[in-house]
Design a protein around this ligand. Structure first.
Ligand SMILES: C[S@@+](CC[C@H](N)C(=O)[O-])C[C@H]1O[C@@H](n2cnc3c(N)ncnc32)[C@H](O)[C@@H]1O
Length: 389
């Protein structure tokens, strides 16, 4: 009987979701409205719905429950009641590797195509291992924290003491299982910043010098601003974003981090901002552009199902317009750091090509930081230097 209870719970949560809100936010509202669901029900419903969307558009012609059984088998190392009931051949292979599991699924469902999991015919950025990238979509990425080198041993010890399996990825980066309740383990929130590993690696391209004036022009709640500050605490910063609410979060994070020497402004970079910015000239600009986010869909797998490919071209237009509006405030000889968390060439290399063609910029270096080997997001970064006009 219990399996029918699982099936009904999954079908109800699936029917309630239309892809408009991020899935994690939808689930918070859904569980509030369905108070009869106990913690075990909520845990299973979350696991099922997340696994389901990780299948993207693969096996679209199957009923939802059959797709769920396949998805749940591919995404988990322990058997669920639904998989056991609907896809019994999965039983003795539940701990097999993902490539072996895919062979088992294909034997049962010959129509299964890995490329349908990420059903976008758009070209991927150079350097992405497509197979590895697709396989990584079946796994939830880790949680990463950035810490000061000197604090790392103590923080690591504290996490281990609390029974958290910790991986040390660099002198300043720890990887933890997603869902780790950091605030319950490390009492001093100033000691760490939650930031994806690939996002941390973009910092290798910033190279700020003391007393330089940098502009983080799409700052949101300040992830990259905090990163540049940790690389060079004497840097001066202007942090701006379209959204006031994000800048409010940035202010709180800066306060907590004890950073005082910065300015923040709400600026819409699709407008002419000469009135506000005419006297500004920067030694470096961080442009972490609004994008499809396709490099982060391992965390938001509902996008594999709901994202519409035509939107990539809209993002590319937005990226070009924003980049065009900021280059003029950069000093000659200084860098524009263009970043996205997209894996699409149209939002990455093509934007760089457009900028090189239309502006006095020279490409110093670029990289698609493929996070899929480290259970992290994927990001694109390019360092472009402004030439004398
Ligand atoms: C990828 S997010 C930035 C993430 C942030 N840099 C970080 O490290 O956490 C892109 C940001 O661009 C902002 N944005 C979108 N359109 C904009 C516009 N027209 N002008 C200024 N900012 C804009 C969004 O509000 C969003 O916060």
């Amino acid at each position: 009987m219990k399996v029918h209870h699982h099936i009904r719970a999954f079908e109800q949560v699936l029917a309630s979701y239309d892809g408009k809100l991020p899935l994690h936010r939808h689930l918070v509202v859904y569980f509030k409205q369905n108070k009869q669901m106990g913690s075990s029900d909520r845990r299973w419903a979350s696991r099922y719905i997340y696994s389901y969307f990780r299948l993207g558009k693969a096996l679209s012609d199957l009923p939802a429950i059959a797709r769920l059984a396949v998805a749940d088998f591919l995404c988990n190392n322990d058997l669920s009641l639904i998989t056991q009931h609907v896809f019994p051949t999965a039983d003795q292979h539940i701990t097999a590797s993902i490539t072996d599991k895919i062979a088992i699924v294909k034997a049962q469902y010959p129509n299964f195509q890995l490329k349908d999991v990420f059903p976008f015919s758009k070209e991927l950025s150079e350097g992405i291992d497509q197979q590895e990238f697709l396989l990584s979509l079946f796994t939830q990425p880790d949680l990463f924290i950035r810490v000061k080198e000197t604090h790392l041993p103590a923080i690591k010890a504290k996490l281990e003491e609390a029974g958290v399996p910790v991986k040390e990825l660099s002198d300043t980066t720890l990887a933890l299982p997603n869902g780790t309740k950091l605030e319950q383990i490390i009492d001093d929130a100033r000691l760490y910043q939650v930031q994806d590993f690939s996002s941390q690696k973009t910092g290798n391209y910033f190279k700020p010098k003391p007393y330089e004036y940098w502009w983080d022009c799409c700052a949101a709640s300040g992830g990259k601003s905090l990163l540049i500050h940790s690389l060079e605490p004497k840097v001066k910063l202007l942090a701006s974003d379209l959204r006031e609410t994000s800048l409010g979060n940035l202010q709180e994070r800066f306060q907590l981090a004890g950073i005082k020497d910065y300015q923040k402004k709400a600026i819409d970079l699709l407008q002419n901002n000469d009135q506000i910015l005419h006297h500004y000239e920067f030694d470096g600009i961080l442009l972490d552009a609004p994008c499809s986010g396709a490099g982060t869909w391992g965390r938001t797998p509902e996008m594999l199902y709901f994202f519409e490919a035509y939107k990539v071209a809209n993002y590319a237009k937005l990226q070009m317009a924003i980049a065009e509006n900021v280059v003029k405030y950069l000093k000659p000889g200084k860098p524009l750091i263009y970043m996205t968390c997209s894996v699409f060439k149209e939002e990455n290399e093509d934007i760089v090509t457009h900028l090189l063609k239309n502006f006095p910029l020279k490409l110093e270096s670029k990289e698609l930081i493929g996070g899929y080997h480290d259970k992290a997001d994927s990001m694109f970064v390019a360092r472009l230097i402004k030439e004398q006009e």
